[in-house]
Design a protein around this ligand. Sequence first.
Ligand code: ZN
Length: 116
Amino acid sequence: METKFCEFCGNKIATDAVLCPKCGKQLEELKTDSSNSNPQVIINNNNTINGAYGRKQCDKWVALLLCIFLGVLGGHKFYEGKTGMGVLYLFTLGLFGIGVIVDFIVILFKPNPYYV
Ligand SMILES: [Zn+2]
C-alpha cells in the first residue's frame, strides 16, 4: 500500500486518502467522475417511429391480396385509405380491370411496408 505524508501534520497516510485521519483536514479535491455523474441525455425522436410521420403504413402483401381478390371492388384502395378511388373502382369494376392490373404491378414493386 502506497503512502504519503499529510501536508498539515506530517502523518503517514494512504495516497488515495482524501482526509487525513489524524488531523482531519482535507488533502485533495474531491474528484467527481464527470463521465458517471452526468447522466446521458438521450433524446428519442418519436416522429419517425412509423417511418413516415402522418402517413398510413400499408402491408404490401395485404394490399396485394386485396388487389387480387377484391381489386375490382376497390378493396386495396379502401385499405390504403383512398376512399374516393375505392368508390370509383367499385362502380367501374377496377377501372374496367385495367386499374386493378396496373395497381397489382405497382404494389408488387413496392417495399414492405409501404406508405401512402
Ligand atoms: Zn494530517
